[in-house]
Design a protein around this ligand. Structure first.
Ligand SMILES: O=C(O)CCC(=O)C(=O)O
Ligand SMILES: [Fe+2]
Length: 210
């Protein structure tokens, strides 16, 4: 698919822009960069405030990292596991997110962090809102790498029936404006094999958090 081409579904989903294959040319380089971040801030499965282990493993880069534990969800400037600042945001990450945002109607986006999610088959992310950030004028830019997934795109209420969008390696989604706080999630990942990651999906979620 051509870079920047919209999925037909997007036409019916205001506030969500789909950029299939937008990051495909950088797939291998992005995966290598995830490895360098994870060498300093390893993936870990955080616990929800209710004490349940999340099925996706996470790490972060940038000025702050999204963390969850018994105290709640929040942004932390230090990695609680090491007591050190999170690895700085790689330039290639920031540039990609800015390009995707600009193409989606958010020309001034400057992400200050990226949450990196890692999913194995069976892992999922329940419908949720991204609402721990301070800046809701900024969009969310979400990059998929490796194994495919089904993205669940709901609405302003948890009970809104979600649309199901297939996401493949290199696809980018951007949402903002009236849709900034819409519910979304990831259906349980199906078993599969990706040429670069095997049975693993990675996701980069760029935000202006602080
Ligand atoms: O993995 C994805 O594509 C979505 C991740 C997400 O919604 C989040 O980290 O808040
Ligand atoms: Fe999210």
């Amino acid at each position: 698919m051509t870079t920047g081409e919209l999925f037909p579904e997007t036409l019916a989903l205001p506030g969500l822009t789909s950029l299939p294959g937008f990051a495909l040319a950088e797939e291998q380089a992005l995966l290598q960069t995830i490895d360098t971040v994870a060498a300093r801030a390893p993936f870990r499965r955080m616990k929800t405030p209710g004490g349940k282990e999340m099925s996706a493993a996470m790490t972060n880069c940038g000025a702050a990292g999204w963390v969850s534990d018994a105290r709640g969800y929040r942004y932390a400037r230090l990695d609680p596991q090491s007591g050190q600042p999170w690895p700085k945001m790689p330039d290639s990450f920031r540039t990609l997110a800015q390009r995707a945002a600009a193409q989606s109607g958010f020309p001034g986006f400057v992400p200050d962090m990226a949450l990196i999610n890692r999913y194995e088959p069976g892992a999922r992310m329940a419908l949720h809102q991204d609402i721990d950030e301070r800046n809701f004028a900024a969009p969310i830019v979400s990059v998929s790498l490796g194994l495919s997934a089904i993205f669940l795109w709901g609405g302003p209420k948890r009970t809104d029936k979600p649309a199901r969008l297939p996401l493949h390696s290199g696809d980018v989604l951007v949402w903002g404006g009236t849709a900034r706080k819409y519910y979304h999630g990831i259906a349980p990942i199906k078993t599969g094999e990706h040429k670069l990651t095997g049975a693993t999906r990675f996701n980069l979620t760029f935000r202006h958090a602080l």
